[in-house]
Write a protein that binds this ligand. Structure first.
Ligand SMILES: *Cc1c(COP(=O)(O)O)cnc(C)c1O
Length: 390
């Protein structure tokens, strides 16, 4: 191997910065291993009902300081149940950001309600509270907020607007369990909030989710819906036993991830082309499932985002695009939008996300991410022209 080849970008045939690729997820975890061994030894893995689901609910209720925890089969189902829990029915309107998880939009349609899309803030690319009031009508039944890619919706502001109009808030914390806003946990701003235990998430059992709420009326409505002599969307004993010990580690691991992101974003702030959606601050303690950045192609010789991502992935760094703008992938008859969703369109084409497993890797990995970005920048013209001529 010659040295020249070693420093060339992997996408042009050079050596990747991380030949082993991005770290996997979930990690091996002795606590989870012990939980699985215990499931085998007791036979609890095969039972309909056992101690693990109730124990997970108790622990989550304590962690979130909330009265009701309703386990379910996925985060997607949790959103549907939350919508049903606040009483969304046909022809109601539900407000959400134009840039959000696709299933959140689909869940609203599934209840034959109308998604009302509002634009996102120009710097954080989270739901823009300034636009919220004008989207509210007599038909608004709920406001759905998702904190995405390490950023935060301004939850106190949403609460204030929602309370003044008597509209319930659904808070999606699938991407940020354990995060804190202004001294209060994410998930404690909604009338009802949703968690995911999906395979890539910070708390994971491969599948699974939960709805949490301080409101007994919401909890009762959801229970009535899911109980049909049998639970229609169950979380299994095995899933619950696997998630349970992860809650004990969550604050510590979130702290490690934040430290990584603080160092990474401060190194990247000396450079151009990648702007963090939200710099960590005292009042906003993120839990990073993805770290979101705004991508500026001009700073990389107009390299399209897709090519930038391919080049970084070839270096072994798990960058990816974010979600699609909901208004760009659904027919306009499916939703209402008060304005042109200009920022949501920018987020659609310009979002870059870094997947979380690398955030637990420490100092060397921070340098690797920075080095990979700089390598791709240095060879931007060559990468771009090589891929134009393919
Ligand atoms: C992952 C996710 C969900 C739901 O996830 P499931 O895979 O269905 O458990 C919901 N909202 C957001 C923002 C998510 O990232």
């Amino acid at each position: 191997m010659n040295f020249q080849n070693a420093e060339r970008p992997a996408i042009l045939g050079g050596l990747p910065i991380r030949p082993e690729g991005p770290p996997g997820w979930p990690r091996t975890d002795p606590q989870v291993e012990m939980a699985i061994r215990n499931l085998l030894a007791t036979g609890d893995w095969g039972r309909y009902h056992g101690p693990h689901v109730p124990e997970l609910c108790r622990r989550l209720a304590e962690y979130q300081n909330v009265e009701h925890v309703l386990p379910c089969s996925s985060g997607t189902v949790a959103v549907e149940l939350a919508l049903r829990g606040v009483g969304v029915v046909e022809k109601d309107e539900v407000i959400l950001a134009g840039y959000d998880f696709k299933a959140n939009f689909q869940n609203i349609l599934c209840l034959r309600a109308t998604p009302v899309l509002v634009d996102v803030d120009s710097s954080t690319w989270q739901l823009d509270c300034e636009k919220l009031s004008t989207a509210i009508t007599g038909r608004t039944k709920a406001i759905l907020i998702s904190h995405l890619h390490g950023g935060f919706v301004d939850a106190p502001k949403v609460r204030q607007i929602a309370d003044s109009q008597g509209i319930p808030v659904i808070e999606d914390i699938c991407q940020c369990p354990g995060a804190m806003l202004y001294g209060r946990r994410a998930g404690n701003w909604g009338d009802v909030s949703v968690l995911s235990f999906g395979g890539s998430k910070l708390l994971t059992a491969g599948r699974g989710g939960a709805v949490i709420t301080p409101r007994t009326d919401i909890a009762e409505r959801i229970k009535r819906y899911v109980h049909r002599g049998n639970d229609a969307y169950p979380l299994s004993e095995a899933q619950a036993a696997i998630v349970r010990p992860q809650i004990d580690q969550l604050d510590y691991l979130n702290g490690c991830r934040r430290e990584f992101v603080e160092k990474l974003t401060s190194k990247l702030s000396d450079q151009t082309g990648l702007k963090a959606l939200q710099r960590p601050s005292e009042n906003l303690l993120s839990a990073y499932y993805k770290v979101g950045f705004q991508y500026f192609a001009v700073e990389f010789q107009d390299m399209p985002r897709s090519l930038f991502i391919a080049a970084l992935q070839a270096e072994g760094i798990a960058f990816d695009s974010g979600f699609r703008g909901l208004h760009l992938i659904h027919a306009s008859r499916r939703f209402v939008a008060g304005d042109e969703l200009i920022q949501a369109s920018r987020a659609d084409s310009g979002m870059l996300t870094l997947h979380h497993p690398v955030l637990l890797e420490g100092e060397d990995a921070i340098s690797e991410v920075v080095a990979a970005i700089e390598k791709v920048r240095k060879y931007a013209v060559e990468i771009h022209s090589a891929h134009l001529t393919q």
